[in-house]
Design a binder for this molecule. Sequence first.
Ligand code: 1BO
Length: 277
Amino acid sequence: MHSIDANGARIPCLGMGTWTLSGEACSDLVAHALSIGYRHVDTAGGYRNEAEVGAGIRASGVARDEVFVTTKIWHTHLQYDDFLRTAEASIERLGIGPVDLLLIHWPNPAVPLAETIAALNAARGNGLTRHIGVSNFPTGLLAQARALSAAPLVADQVEHHPMLDQTKVLAACRAAGMAMVSYCPLFRGGGLFETPAVADAARRHGKTPGQVVLRWQVQQPGVAAIPRTSRKERLAENLDIFDFALSEAEMAAISALQAANRRLCDFAFSPEWDEPA
Ligand code: 1BO
């Protein structure tokens, strides 16, 4: 598995997203993912499945230090004490010791960023996490967060797929030595798989459209992707992207689709996003 070196963190460039997974099915799927080679699992307090994700990791038998585990703190818990209490509760629920990466899940303008970044650094200092970062931070907020943080931020996890222009966030992450981690990386069901850029590349390489899109993700320096699925066969399909490469022309044709700039995850509490490049 290829990894990204990001300010001291080694982040496997393909991970398992767990948003919407729950119960025993979640634990089973996490254990299965690790058994077939996944080494990066993403969860969040807001997903309400940390206990199940932790159980799956423990059940897999894969050594803890071989798996890169991320969790995130929901935007309603960003005040200093609340943040630390919430982080401790997440670690407790996971039951696997410190996580590898702790993220602020969404910014919250009602809480001074300096206060939350101080708490994030304290969580690292207290040994709750090895590395820290942010999620859903557009470039302006990312710059502020970096300036406020004593420890380096290692990732910004954002929605990213060929139908959404995240050129500016990716450039900012690269300039800062950070990884950009793509959630909703496949834009599945949104018409992307039927575009000639994706469908033709899939035919040429004997791969599925989903594999082509994931390959497009991880072939970009500094990008990791965390597709989610509830199906075991899809887990295997998503992982099978390291035996082919897209040509420069194929990468460019898929990247050109970003002009559509369609976002799946936009909520009342979302920050003001970057304009397309
Ligand atoms: C609302 C959750 C978005 C991805 O973590």
